[in-house]
Design a protein around this ligand. Structure first.
Ligand code: BEZ
Ligand code: FE
Length: 264
């Protein structure tokens, strides 16, 4: 209600008017029956009860559309933004340096690969941002997110830290994530099945980066050769965010330089 009260009435009337005209046109064109429409209304009620509206926005690729309209166009030199998704957990732990964002857990698999991600955080003009805060979240090498996997300690593969380096350099140790499915046990899972859309996302690491005087950046990093790079169920892969991974001695390494747009 608070968000709605900030919407300009004239704009709301014109956007809602166009949205309704588009929906009515589709219903008429397909001669949608009363039974089908009531099924749609029941489905939306269930989506609300299950708190899955963000997920529905994601899998219908509406989140990506809105994100691209809001933050798209990287003429500014800033790193491309990407959708946050529903799996961020508030108040993740602050990690000490050298940053390691996980603890080993039973069932992580013997073939799990340690991955060291490193790069710099700068302003779009290249000026280092030593005060920037990096906040990352991702799945483990097996079992998905900590919140789905009782074998993992809370906040595993989550954490934030301040860059605190005059060149803006950062580094953290994690494990290479694997592709995983969005939650399929609720109404959105039934929707995916009904429309014949698979639930898989390519492996990725989410980043949220903030620094004084700069726009907050929310983005994701993907890795080459992933079977779902070309068909992410939420359509969030951007070529500039696919970063090479290479073997560096005992572990894998990936470089990801982050540039933030100045505020305003
Ligand atoms: C995720 O990346 O974690 C995610 C994004 C959208 C829907 C479900 C999961
Ligand atoms: Fe994710």
């Amino acid at each position: 209600m608070e968000a709605m009260s900030r919407v300009d009435t004239e704009r709301a009337a014109s956007v809602v008017g166009d949205a309704l005209a588009a929906i009515h046109e589709v219903l008429e064109r397909h001669r949608v029956t009363e039974e089908e429409w009531h099924a749609v209304l029941r489905f939306l009620t269930e989506v609300g009860r299950a708190d899955e509206f963000i997920l529905l926005s994601d899998v219908t690729r509406t989140s990506v559309l809105i994100d691209t309209m809001e933050h798209g166009g990287d003429e500014s030199g800033a790193t491309a933004s990407d959708v946050e998704g529903p799996l961020y957990v508030d108040d993740p732990p602050w990690r000490e340096k050298p940053v390691k964002v996980y603890e080993d857990y039973e069932g992580m698999g013997d073939d799990a690969d340690v991955l060291v991600v490193r790069g710099t955080v700068t302003s779009a003009d290249g000026r280092p941002l030593p005060d920037a805060v990096i906040d990352i979240w991702q799945t483990g090498p097996s079992g998905g997110y900590d919140i789905w996997d009782e074998r993992q300690p809370p906040y595993n593969f989550r954490g934030r830290w301040r860059v605190e380096d005059e060149r803006g350099a950062y580094e953290f140790e994690t494990m290479l994530p694997k592709p995983y499915t969005v939650p399929t046990d609720g109404p959105v899972g039934r929707y995916l099945e009904a429309v014949g859309q698979h639930p898989w996302r390519p492996a990725h690491i989410h980043f949220k980066v903030t620094a004084a005087g700069h726009e907050r950046l929310v983005t994701q990093v993907f890795f080459p050769d992933d079977p779902y790079l070309d068909n992410d169920t939420i359509g969030a892969v951007k070529p500039a965010l696919v970063r090479p991974v290479e073997r560096r001695g005992e572990h894998l390494g990936c470089d990801f330089d982050i540039a933030l747009a100045p505020a305003g």
